[in-house]
Design a protein around this ligand. Structure first.
Ligand code: ZN
Length: 345
């Protein structure tokens, strides 16, 4: 994609739906936090931080994000991460983002949620005013920590949404070690409380994991869902349903959940009318961004412009915003697409 098209894409108002606050920390951020807290985990220079982020499989990635999360020691660290993230999102023309914050990991670290919540909410309000974007939170639980722990994450979501935009709960982590059926009760309770549901599924496990997320959790969004591409019945079901996949191709490549020598499942999703939108997942760890995801889909995966346009619109359509709010963003998106003279087909 040439420079001028990249420039116009940056100016387009966009949404990002798959982004982890803890994964925003790049090696330099991690070093800054490590210095601030007197090197609690021994990361003393940039090379050590970069080494942590150099892995060859999914367990290596889990270790990296766990260590990065452990560097968020004080509520101010979380607030600082929000500001770094918001600045980088705004620089890409992102006007709306739904951001995972791992309440499951906060509990695991035995940090009190209230001060962290107050800190990230203050940072969110300030960042929204400063950078002209809007942020919402997805409270994330860890699959392998079990249903009781996920229930405590939902309790926090119900408690905190009176004072800030908590739009959904999610689960991530070990799909085999924490199957969807464990969490059916938690998601039923979330729906009854008017809280949205999403789940990482079909990233490291097979199509049955995606099917379980649909059947057991009745989620509207699925993180990755790559394995669904192997199952024609599931593809037909996804195409017909009001369900959106978050597709993060750079993440998939770095975690080896997808091998670039094979077709990326997004090519199958796109041709089977499965709805998807691009996301950077953990941009500080993977060196990704929403814009880089779009370039990758265009330049390396050969997705045509109508598909890219549809996927970017899905960033709003698949969001947990109210329908009227989605429509306002979509009108703005369509007008900007025309004004920027982006390719029609
Ligand atoms: Zn993710």
């Amino acid at each position: 994609m040439d420079r001028d098209l990249r420039r116009r894409l940056r100016l387009l108002p966009k949404a990002e739906l798959h982004l982890h606050l803890e994964g925003v920390l790049n090696p330099a951020d991690l070093l800054a936090l490590s210095q601030r807290h007197d090197f609690p985990f021994g990361l003393r220079d940039l090379a050590a931080c970069r080494r942590l982020y150099t892995f060859s499989d999914f367990p290596g990635f889990i270790q990296a994000i766990k260590t990065a999360s452990q560097h968020l020691i004080a509520p101010e660290d979380y607030a600082w991460a929000v500001e770094q993230m918001a600045r980088r999102l705004a620089a890409q023309g992102i006007v709306y983002a739904e951001v995972f914050v791992s309440i499951g990991i906060l509990h695991w670290k035995r940090m009190a949620v209230a001060p962290v919540w107050e800190a990230i909410e203050a940072a969110r309000r300030q960042a929204e005013a400063r950078h002209g974007l809007r942020l919402a939170w997805i409270f994330d639980a860890v699959r392998q920590f079990g249903a009781e722990a996920a229930g405590r994450v939902l309790d926090e979501a119900i408690l905190r949404r009176a004072s800030g935009p908590v739009v959904a709960i999610g689960i991530g982590g070990d799909e085999i070690g924490g199957p969807a059926e464990w969490f059916a009760g938690v998601y039923t309770r979330a729906r009854a409380a008017g809280i949205g549901g999403t789940a990482h599924a079909g990233e490291t496990a097979g199509p049955e994991s995606v099917r379980a997320a649909l059947d057991q959790l009745q989620v509207r969004r699925i993180g990755h869902g790559l394995a669904a591409a192997q199952d024609a019945n599931l593809l037909a079901r996804l195409a017909a349903a009001d369900v959106y996949l978050d597709i993060c191709t750079i993440s998939n490549q770095k975690t080896r959940c997808w091998l670039p020598s094979t077709a990326h499942p997004v090519q199958i999703f796109d041709s089977s009318s499965t709805k998807w939108s691009p996301g950077s997942d953990d941009p500080g760890i993977f060196g990704s961004s929403l814009l880089k995801e779009i370039y990758n889909c265009h330049d390396n995966l050969a997705l045509p412009w109508p598909s890219l346009r549809r996927a970017l619109r899905n960033g709003f359509r698949g969001s947990f915003l109210a329908a009227a709010e989605r429509d306002v963003y979509l009108e703005r998106f369509d007008a900007a697409w025309r004004e920027l003279d982006l390719p029609a087909g």
